[in-house]
Design a protein around this ligand. Sequence first.
Ligand code: FDA
Length: 318
Amino acid sequence: MSAVLRSTMLAAARSPRLERTITRLPLSRAVVARFVAGTTTEEVVRATETLLRSGRFVSIDYLGEDTSDLAGAEATLAQYRTLIAALGALPRSEVAPGAVRPLEVSVKLSALGQALPNDGHAIAREHARQICAAAEAAGIWVTVDAEDHTTTDSTLAIVRELRADYPWLGAVLQAYLRRTEDDCRAMAGPGSRIRLCKGAYDEPESVAFRDKAEVDASYLRCLGVLTAGAGYPMIASHDPAVITAAGVGVQAAQRKTEEYEYQMLYGIRAEEQQRLAAAGNHVRVYVPYGDQWYGYFMRRLAERPANLGFFLRALVGT
Ligand code: FDA
């Protein structure tokens, strides 16, 4: 996709006016269902059961971001409590302490209040702490998503602080940010779970690589740092070149299957997910659900012309 079209799509992803228009289109729900596993807890739990039965793990994201009031942040926290309780009630085999947990939730700190004026950082940290406590009791992992670069310092500070009590807490790093190779070095220590992705926001040249080849090269450098480190790399990409390079890297580092995992988004390259899982790899699918699908959906359209074409064809009914 051209850089201009991608930037336009990503700007549209943050436009409340377009959100109102697009979410009212009668076809939207059916089209969105390709990337989003439903709007209710019951629907996402059903999708989770199907994925677990196929030998894949899950990370579930309650959709929503950029919460602008405390009530919204508290409502998100309440949704995560309900979700974790429902996941905790699923029948599953015992997971040994320290072992890989098949169930995980992913959280966006902006949905938990990070952008609220004055004490947003502390509010998001407290909400994230409560989610970690509920998840720990239910035997579920938590990973904190990465949002735009203005939030990175606050997000990583919260992760570092909470890891004192919840050492399994994961963080996402975005290879398109110029700082990320250093962040990988700083965060590749024992027990650290880092989900490495390329990055999905429209970032300025001053902080991010904007050229695809540069982003891909940065991803491979960051992956090299994580693979050589002592933590648990989570290779979040659909890119065949990344998946091949990761396979070579983990073999060279003599990592066992339970010392890293592949991750992909719900509805994207499902056959590749199954192939990797059938070959004995741990594969986790990031499963979003909820009413506030607009920003997530638009970022998926921005990633790939074929996805945008699929949406436009549905719009004109062909
Ligand atoms: P890239 O975009 O280069 O695509 C390589 C190939 O993968 C394509 O040629 C195509 O075959 C396939 N592909 C990629 N995207 C596709 C799509 N949408 N539909 C169909 N095929 C597709 N970002 C972020 O900023 N913060 C975050 O917290 C997260 N979290 C996250 C979790 C997980 C588990 C994943 C997999 C991804 C994220 N992301 C993210 C999104 C990430 O930053 C990135 O935008 C997408 O994964 C697309 O980048 P790829 O690495 O897949 O490669």
